[in-house]
Design a protein around this ligand. Structure first.
Ligand SMILES: C[S@@+](CC[C@H](N)C(=O)[O-])C[C@H]1O[C@@H](n2cnc3c(N)ncnc32)[C@H](O)[C@@H]1O
Length: 354
């Protein structure tokens, strides 16, 4: 006699419940997996289409642009640039590239960092190849950490193309190394401008007053008086060399050679326009061409102005050409602007001595 074993009702109920539970859990896990995959696929497709290059434009002389930066400028869809980026560098971008000035003058009176981040992220998510172009090296006083955080948060692919910083460009113009075996064993970079417009209040004054250091002071104009006074208080002799370089590496470069005792007054008297970097511990240039005096300064300035006028006319001509010609016939690289123009480094510089 064959017998059958039937499960009792409670056992059957238990098996049914646990099976149902397992099926539900599996379904839930499946749904979670599908939704994560879909989300990743969405981000991945946005990432694949748009990306950002954070690029250093160097101090202004277009010949100091890296080849990588040049390639980025010529393959971008849109360039978000700071006001300090020189027109000669911008002229090397492909003609059709959209340029947005996110510095103080162009993109509204005050383009705040969060607005720049949002614009950059939005353009990349819309599939554009974005170049975020910054003066000098973007890794030096460029607020890059905020832009990187915004890009990472939006999962946007990006790279960084370093550039020549203004301190390096200025030192090359002065023909003085930033580090020297005997007299400059430390090279440090500081900002003269904290977010409240004053000197940062956490400076290491002992380190800054080291006579065997070179200190590059970025954004020095508003606080140079306070800085030099404090350095003297912390033991640096008033005759310690301090050289200011305005518009470093550009045709209108002007050098003010002084010391920490006299520099603030000299800068106030000179009233020179343009970006300025101060190199403390870097002596006045001694090269023959740097011994020019005021007469030559005037001549140099007028040469620089003439060159600026000529560049402006060329830009105007190109703009008209762009309007008249069909897009396909507009040259891709706007480097033609500079073809017959001598490199700014060849122009004489003005040096104001104490
Ligand atoms: C926001 S910081 C940017 C620094 C930049 N990332 C660099 O590496 O040079 C702006 C400051 O850089 C300095 N700077 C930039 N270009 C310069 C130039 N061509 N000549 C002199 N100083 C310059 C000035 O001190 C200016 O106030």
């Amino acid at each position: 006699m064959h017998g059958y074993l039937y499960p009792s009702t409670p056992v059957f109920a238990h098996v049914a419940t646990s099976t149902l539970f397992r099926v539900t859990q599996t379904a839930k896990a499946l749904l979670r997996w599908i939704s994560t995959e879909a989300k990743h696929a969405g981000v991945a497709s946005a990432r694949a289409s748009g990306r950002v290059s954070l690029v250093g434009a160097g101090p202004g002389n277009p010949e100091l642009l890296t080849l990588k930066a040049l390639r980025a400028l010529q393959t971008a869809d849109v360039i978000l640039h700071d006001q300090l980026v020189s027109p000669e560098v911008l002229a090397l971008a492909a003609v059709h590239v959209e340029r947005i000035d996110v510095g103080k003058k162009g993109y509204g009176r005050a383009c705040k960092q969060p607005d720049i981040n949002a614009l950059m992220v939005g353009l990349a998510l819309a599939g554009r190849r974005v170049v975020r172009l910054k003066a000098g090296d973007p890794l030096v006083f460029g607020r890059l950490e905020e832009e990187i955080a915004a890009l990472e948060a939006a999962e946007i692919d990006f790279d960084i193309v370093s550039g020549i910083s203004s301190a390096q460009g200025a030192a090359a113009s002065l023909r003085v190394p930033l580090t020297r075996r005997r007299s400059a064993r430390r090279f440090q970079a500081i900002t003269g401008h904290a977010s409240n417009g004053h000197l940062p209040d956490d400076f290491d004054w002992r380190g800054l007053a080291d006579p065997n250091a070179t200190t590059a002071v970025y954004m020095p104009k508003a606080t140079i008086g306070d800085l030099c006074r404090n350095l003297i208080v912390h033991g640096l002799p008033p005759r310690h060399p301090a050289t200011a370089v305005f518009n470093a590496t550009r045709a209108n470069e002007i050098v003010v050679a002084a010391d920490i005792g006299t520099l603030p007054q000299r800068l106030g008297d000179a009233g020179i326009e343009g970006p300025c970097i101060v190199l403390l511990g870097v002596p006045a240039p001694v090269a023959a061409h740097a011994d020019a005096e005021t007469e030559e300064c005037a001549e140099t300035r007028s040469l620089a102005q003439e060159r600026e006028r000529s560049l402006w006319l060329q830009e105007l001509a190109l703009a008209l050409w762009t309007m008249v010609l069909p897009k396909s016939r507009v040259p891709r690289a706007a480097g033609i602007l500079n073809r017959d123009v001598p490199a700014p480094a060849d122009a004489p510089r003005a040096v104001l001595r104490v």
